[in-house]
Design a protein around this ligand. Structure first.
Ligand code: THG
Length: 372
């Protein structure tokens, strides 16, 4: 559905993922750029790829979810300074969804944090440069820690059959992993971290490939193992994630968005030490109440609209009350739906107008998620 309007010029500034050749062989038709890496965004059949995720199992190249590794005696302290969530109870082999904020309490990334050891953490980042940020903070605070980007590239298997595929590749022990739990493993000698995680509400696993020269080999191992469940290629699915209410950092946030505005308040702990970046601002924002909040919007009409590159103004009574930050045709609801970042006074059930392509489309605010 999303228009393909330009080609991408090869450049050493844009990194192909270790699965690049494998996804080309699968017939990838479009890419986006994420963390300076190419990420597939489609294989030519948006609706088929969507239902494969909902009913079966899909294989995604998400190598662009780069790891920022914190290593050394102060790694745990740096992780806690960066993340506004209490990591005290996070055990080795366990992950956490965390909000990284700047000193003003503005969200600058929403990674999954993986605790590999007391002195070794990965931040599996969304699309912003946390390597520079973490290094700067570590040096300014004179911490004994090395910050680097290791040779680690996740692929995801997502969907109701993902557990069967993961078990076929690595063994039945994967079925015992809880959400965000992970273990080191190997298949045909390829080192991998296996985690129960992934950016969909359908459940699944992520395989963090630890040798970038083995991308094609790992891809075909998983592809072969998944044959009984008719595994096929896919990618982080825009429609499914909007239906399920998953946030896209940088898409649904701007450079003034704090975690409370976008439903991440439950991942913020206000009683963490004062040295945690942004915590003073977050305590103040929490006490005053954020100015905006995130709801869903359902547009009237049953014809898919083309999403644009920009946020769309949301109006009530002719006045702007916020923005529609994403818009997608829902295959399950047969409506155009999206997220609204609107003034706190706006509530679910209210009518709105959304300005798209110079035209006002009527719709309604609703609670998230759209689909449970
Ligand atoms: N996997 C890995 N790295 C990532 C992502 C991923 N980095 C970027 C991006 N995705 C990070 N963002 C999210 C957002 C939500 C979730 C995971 C990563 C998620 N949320 C669950 C939910 O909202 O239902 C549960 C979170 C919880 O309750 O703890 O899974 O996908 N490697």
């Amino acid at each position: 559905m999303t228009a393909r309007i330009f080609g991408i010029a090869p450049s050493t500034r844009l990194r192909p993922s270790p699965y690049f050749e494998a996804t080309r062989a699968e017939g990838v038709t479009s890419f986006t750029v994420y963390n300076r890496m190419l990420m597939p965004t489609g294989y030519g059949d948006p609706e088929g790829e969507y239902w494969r995720l909902i009913n079966g199992v899909a294989l995604w190249d998400v190598a662009c979810e780069r790891q920022v590794e914190l290593r050394g005696p102060d790694a745990g302290r740096l992780a806690q300074i960066l993340a506004a969530r209490d990591l005290g109870k996070c055990a080795q082999g366990q992950g956490r969804y965390v909000a990284l904020c700047d000193h003003a309490g503005t969200l600058i990334n929403d990674p999954i944090l993986l605790k590999l050891a007391d002195d070794r953490f990965w931040l599996s980042i969304a699309d912003s440069n946390i390597l520079l940020w973490a290094r700067a903070i570590a040096d300014e605070r004179r911490l004994n820690v090395t910050v680097s980007e290791p040779d680690v590239s996740p692929m995801a298997v997502q969907g109701p059959k993902a557990e069967d595929v993961a078990a076929a590749v690595f063994g039945d022990w994967v079925r015992g992993l809880r959400r965000f739990q992970f273990r080191h493993a190997a298949v045909e000698g390829i080192p991998v971290v296996v985690a129960r995680s992934g950016w969909s509400k359908q459940g699944g696993f992520e395989f963090y490939l630890m040798d970038g020269s083995k991308g094609s080999q790992l891809w075909s191992i998983v592809r072969e193992a998944g044959r009984p469940w008719e595994i096929g290629p896919g990618n982080p699915n825009h429609c499914e994630r909007v239906e399920g209410g998953l946030l896209s950092y940088g898409g649904d946030t701007d450079d003034a968005t704090n975690p409370f505005e976008v439903r991440l308040g439950r991942y913020v702990d206000l009683d963490v030490p004062d040295e945690v970046i942004g915590i003073a601002a977050l305590r103040r924002i929490h006490a005053e109440g954020p100015r905006r909040h995130q709801l869903g919007v359902v547009l009237d009409g049953a014809a898919p609209v083309e999403p644009g590159f920009t946020w769309a103004n949301i109006r009530q009574g002719g006045r702007k009350v916020g923005d529609m930050t994403t818009c997608v045709w829902s295959f399950r609801l047969r409506r155009n739906i999206g997220f609204a970042l609107v003034a706190r006074a706006c509530a679910a059930g209210e009518d709105v107008e959304v300005v798209m392509g110079g035209r006002a489309v009527s719709g309604r605010l609703v609670d998230l998620p759209f689909v449970r």
